[in-house]
Design a protein around this ligand. Structure first.
Ligand code: SAH
Length: 348
């Protein structure tokens, strides 16, 4: 079976031509999938019956299946637990913001990074998502939301820069005017600091926004909460991010989880302000940690969070405390999946 989802226009045209089907059918297929959201070949009535039957026999358009859904009480955050064709499960979140719909996409099943605060990595990495599976999350949400998607963040389960080729290829397809026509500036890749591929992405020439999960201002604390910190020192990570900024001129986002008694001293706030100051126009997103019975980490008091923020802000850096939009619906990374039990995944 040939999977048609995730293929570019030229790839679909090649498939058509190599099977002696006229090339223009490729564009019609793209329009059915990404503009009309028709996935059943028999409903593609512009095609002769013979072509519909051929497609049905040889091709497939596989969207993830919805296993569970939670909608926030205000109705503006919608989270889906999705099952892929091999039974693996991932999460995708759609957030209705004042500027439009933003979608948070997963890049891997599980994650190898082992950050202590993150539910998605508790069972390790199972596998990379394919281009079709990354794009499939967007297609599915687009059909459900029935309105345009304004922006996209690769901030769900997984380390996107470890699944580099599929992630970038998926974003290239999503960007195409014939697919979702989302500009690269409205796409964000969030990384824990996978240094070599920060350089690689910078050299790709795509103005994608980079978000760095910083979470600590020194190597000692960073290694305690993010094992990747032992592989790449903070200096190396910040050097790579500097290269990204200099090459793309894109405003960098830093994510910093606020964990009581771990990384929220006033000294750390000053240090975070100093780091932010090195990156013109950067934005620092402070994220109150979301705990659960397995992740026994707690957010600081509102007063402490505000003090932390004010210190960072005193360095002239743009800084906000993230609204806990997803909290009520277990939108924090991996938590819906964890709440539904883990379908058997075989780890090697
Ligand atoms: N591997 C990538 C992307 C996935 S994690 C990265 O590290 O950036 C993306 C973000 O999920 C983290 O930066 C953090 O902001 C958020 N996150 C993970 N676990 C969380 C938790 N327990 N509470 C709050 N935010 C969390």
């Amino acid at each position: 079976m040939i999977e048609l989802l995730g293929k570019s226009l030229s790839e679909l045209q090649e498939i058509m031509v190599s099977h002696k089907i006229p090339k223009f059918r490729g564009k019609q297929l793209i329009d059915y999938i990404y503009s009309r959201f028709i996935f059943d070949f028999q409903d593609m009535t512009q095609f002769p019956k013979s072509l519909r039957d051929w497609l049905e026999k040889h091709c497939t358009i596989t969207l993830p299946t919805i296993i569970a859904e939670s909608i926030s009480p205000e109705g503006n955050t919608r989270k889906l637990l999705l099952e892929l064709s091999d039974g693996s499960r991932i999460e995708t979140v759609l957030m209705a913001q004042h500027y439009g719909n933003s979608i948070c996409v997963s890049s891997q099943v599980g994650c190898a990074m082992g950050c202590v605060f993150c539910a998605s990595t508790q069972g390790g990495l199972f596998r990379d998502l394919t281009v079709a599976e990354i794009v499939g999350q967007v297609v599915l949400f687009r059909t459900l939301a029935d309105e345009a998607i304004h922006s996209l963040v690769i901030m769900g389960a997984g380390e996107p820069l470890q699944n580099y080729n599929n992630t970038v290829q998926a974003l290239q397809l999503i960007h195409e005017p014939y697919a979702f026509n989302i500009s690269y500036r409205k796409m964000t890749i969030s990384t824990c600091g996978w240094v070599p591929n920060i350089y690689k992405l910078a050299d790709e020439g795509l103005p994608i926004t980079l978000a760095l999960s910083l979470h600590a201002t020194n190597d000692t604390v960073r290694r305690q909460i993010m094992p990747v910190g032992a592989r790449y020192a903070l200096d190396e990570v910040l050097e790579a991010v500097t290269y990204y900024y200099n090459t793309t001129q894109r405003r960098i986002t830093f994510e910093y989880i606020l964990i009581n008694d771990v990384n929220v001293s006033q000294d750390e706030a000053h240090q975070l302000g100093r780091i932010g100051k090195q990156f013109p126009n950067c934005h620092i997103n402070l994220i109150p940690v979301n705990g659960n019975e397995h992740i026994q980490l707690y957010k600081p008091s509102n007063k402490d969070m505000n003090t932390f923020k004010d210190i960072v802000s005193s360095y002239g850096v743009s800084v906000t405390i993230r609204k806990e939009m997803g909290d009520a619906i277990q939108a924090a990374c991996g938590q819906l999946k964890a709440a539904h039990g883990r379908k058997e995944e075989i780890h090697e």
